[in-house]
Design a protein around this ligand. Structure first.
Ligand code: ATP
Ligand code: MG
Length: 355
């Protein structure tokens, strides 16, 4: 039986419940994002980048955020870190990290949490590394800031970290500047800087886009190894649903600032239930299978400054009905065992469901 999930009623006392859970046995999700809404006020008007995103992350788990450009993946993660670009504001929802409400945390405390509890590998690793400082300085700095190491020990730690991310001659490379490294090496170095302070949650935003296929595979294997060694949870952002299979335990499919489908990797990949997820998967080449032509999704993804009403996917959806085009976005339907999707088609099959 499928139920629409009403996050509104769940919001009551959530903070108290989250605290109680941690005080009780330390179990439960390490990160909970509930009905997050992040908007930008711009000269052109309101940009609704994130419009009610919810997900949970357990210790040691990897969650993949997938979706086309502009769907709100990066802004969701920058909201978690409270590092939004100018004009951006969280206008609703909750972000609970290890029982602590991030949105109610002071800026000083946030500075301490960033890097230490949540680390982020940015979308553009070249921009993430400062061209005027050596690689070693940039990896050592967070170790001084978050672990209180003296500078000499932090630099030795930087060499260890470079070795850990499989950079040859780390004693030499530690003195290099970003422009002296290849794209793959820069990506590894920026990862070393992010994992150095042992964050509980690592957010990796499109870390492999600039890499060739072989380097990409090596990098993903490395991330998995590092996760095994440190027990960190990972949020992995990608356009490319084909690379999430090996890496992720759970998937959240983004469209128009919403999570339109959410569940375990197997649920989402083997039983896709939202028309958008189905279309994304149809657009994938299948190894060893000859297809006449790959199907692309007709139309363009919407801009967050001009989202279609109701279901943001309806203009591109072959199965759109009247209620997909008017009113609010579809509710979240529970498909069982944690699998969820926001699509009115899922209500249709449920004769017992009533609002
Ligand atoms: N600084 C900003 N000012 C105004 N709008 C912004 C700003 N940054 C992002 N947006 C808008 O917010 C929406 C979500 O952007 P976001 O960067 O989260 O997308 P994304 O899913 O990460 O896309 P990509 O895959 O291209 O990185 C987009 O429509 C984008 O244009
Ligand atoms: Mg992005």
């Amino acid at each position: 039986m499928r139920h629409a999930i009403d996050y509104g009623t769940r919001e009551l006392n959530r903070e108290a419940a989250a605290m109680a859970k941690y005080q009780h046995n330390g179990a439960g999700p390490i990160l909970e994002v509930r009905d997050l809404r992040t908007h930008f006020m711009t000269r052109q008007g309101l940009v609704r980048a994130v419009n009610g995103v919810s997900f949970e992350l357990e210790k040691g788990e990897t969650l993949g955020l997938v979706g086309e450009s502009g769907s709100g993946k990066t802004i969701t993660c920058l909201s978690i870190l409270r590092l939004l670009p100018r004009g951006g504001q969280v206008v609703g929802g909750e972000i609970i990290l290890e029982g602590q409400d991030i949105l109610k945390t002071s800026e000083d405390e946030m500075g301490r949490l960033r890097g230490k509890k949540v680390g982020m590998i940015l979308q553009n690793s070249m921009a993430a590394l400062d061209p005027v400082f050596s690689i070693g300085t940039q990896i050592a700095e967070p170790l001084v800031a978050h672990q209180g190491l003296p500078w000499k020990r932090a630099l030795a730690g930087a060499i260890d970290l470079l070795r850990m991310v499989k950079i040859n001659d780390p004693e030499v490379r530690v003195r290099n500047y970003p422009h002296e490294l290849s794209g793959g090496m820069r990506q590894r170095s920026s990862s070393a800087a992010s994992i150095g302070p042992h964050p509980d949650v690592l957010i990796a935003d499109e870390p492999t886009t600039a890499l060739d296929v072989t380097t990409q595979r090596q990098y993903l294997d490395l991330l998995k190894e590092l996760q095994k060694a440190t027990g960190m949870a990972i949020i992995f952002i990608t356009h490319d649903i084909s690379i999430v299979g090996n890496l992720c335990d759970k998937l959240a499919v983004f469209y128009g600032g919403l999570v339109v489908e959410y569940g375990s990797k197997d649920q989402v990949l083997n039983n896709p239930s939202h028309p958008y997820t189905k279309a994304l998967l149809k657009a994938l080449p299948i190894l060893g299978e000859k297809r006449e032509r790959l199907q692309t999704i007709p139309g363009e993804p919407p801009h967050a400054g001009n989202l279609p009403p109701a279901c943001p996917f309806h203009p591109r959806c072959e199965q759109a009905m009247d209620n997909c085009k008017e009113g609010d976005a579809p509710p979240i339907f529970d498909l069982g065992y944690g699998h969820q999707a926001r699509c009115w088609l899922l209500e249709k099959d449920d004769e017992q469901y009533s609002r």
